[in-house]
Structures are given as C-alpha cells and as structure tokens.
Design a protein around this ligand. Structure first.
Ligand code: SF4
Length: 215
C-alpha cells in the first residue's frame, strides 16, 4: 500500500504538543481561498511512499511525542491513511510508538467522520474545517476561527485538554532551509508571511516561488 506524500519531517514542534513526527500528504481538492499550502494541492506533485517505509521512518525516530498528519487533505487517501494508521496502532501496541496521532482536515466534523468512519479508533485528535481567510484567529494550531480541535480518544482527551482554547501571544512557527527551499512549519497568522518575505528580502534573499500564491 502506498501513500502519496508531500514530505516527512522531524522534529515538528509547531503542530501539536511536544516534539513530533510530521507527515504532509499530497493532494487536496478543497481549494480554500488563501490556503498557504497550494504546493500540496496537485496529487501529481507528490511522492508515493510505501506505508511500511513510512512506518520504518517513524520507528527510526525513536521517542517522539506524536505524529501530526497534515497536507494536503488526508481524507482524500482514506485507504492508504487507514493502512498507515493501523500500522501506527500496531507500533503503539508493541510499545515502539507511544505518542498521539493528530490529523488536520479541511472537511467539517460530520463529513470527516462520514469519510473516515474508523477515525475514532486510530486518530486521537482532529482539527476540522476549511481555512477561512476572512475569519482570523489566535487559537493555537488553527488558521481560522471556524476550525475546531476535537479529541477523539481517551488519550486525545487527556493530551489535548490544555490546548482546546489556548491562544498563545505568538503562534509556534519553525523555519527550515532544505534543498534550497525555505520551508515554514506551523500555522502563520495574517501578515506573518508578508513579514517573512520582507525580512528575507532585507537579508538579500528573494523568494522565487511561494506556496501561498498561484504559480
Ligand atoms: S487549507 Fe487545507 S483543506 Fe484548505 S485548500 Fe489548503 S490544504 Fe486544502
């Protein structure tokens, strides 16, 4: 079984509690206006990875606090996603993986459960709802006020209770440079990307192509 991904990354500290593994799926047909991840929209731009290879990567990371799945739209690969998360669950039963699973989706809560009726068995918490550019928010890990963080399991309820209504002064953001690309992890607030571009320009770095504007 293969899953079409945009990228894997560790450590992720800006999308979920603790130090986490991050998997960004490739492919999203929802098309929220103002989406900052337009590079993850086209399914053909992804890399098809064997689910077992993703699980081996996760195992090789050692002790992580969780796995965050974002994208792209994870629910558009329901069969591969389920195979991956059943594998994660097996790692958990073996004591190899002790973290939680957090999943982002642009679907609303009812639609998410309709597409992934097994979600409550394999996902500990979900952040639901499309990105709404006209509804800015300072809620932790969310890009717009309509998006809700919903625990699905007992582990999720315990882990995410302190964060449901958390509103940090600054959103957690990571900026990394890989293969000549500047890559930001986290959910920026309105104006953050313009400030990043301006700061980079001030340092003599001009961004040729960015994921938040059409190509
Ligand atoms: S915000 Fe998420 S759901 Fe909306 S278009 Fe972007 S990747 Fe898709």
């Amino acid at each position: 079984m293969r899953i079409n991904i945009s990228r894997l990354h560790h450590p992720v500290t800006a999308l979920g509690p603790g130090t986490r593994a991050g998997l960004w799926v490739q492919g999203c047909s929802i098309g929220c206006p103002g989406c900052v991840s337009r590079d993850t929209w086209a399914p053909g731009d992804g890399t098809a990875l064997d689910v077992d290879d993703v699980l081996a990567w996760l195992t090789g990371l050692g002790d992580v606090d969780g796995l965050t799945i974002s994208g792209g739209e994870p629910t558009e690969q329901p069969v591969a996603l389920r195979a991956l998360l059943e594998g994660v669950d097996a790692l958990r039963r073996d004591g190899v993986f002790t973290g939680d699973v957090l999943c982002y989706t642009g679907r609303d809560e009812a639609d998410f459960h309709a597409v992934l009726p097994w979600a409550g068995d394999l996902i500990d918490a979900v952040i639901v709802g499309p990105f709404a550019v006209a509804e800015p928010t300072d809620l932790l890990w969310r890009g717009s006020a309509n998006q809700r963080l919903i625990p699905l399991s007992e582990r999720g309820r315990q882990r995410y209770a302190p964060y449901l209504d958390a509103r940090p002064e600054q959103p957690p953001l990571q900026v990394t440079v890989e293969d000549g690309q500047v890559w930001m992890i986290g959910v920026p607030r309105r104006g953050d990307l313009r400030r990043l571009e301006t700061a980079l320009a001030g340092a003599g770095v001009a961004l040729a192509e960015v994921s938040w504007r059409p190509r």
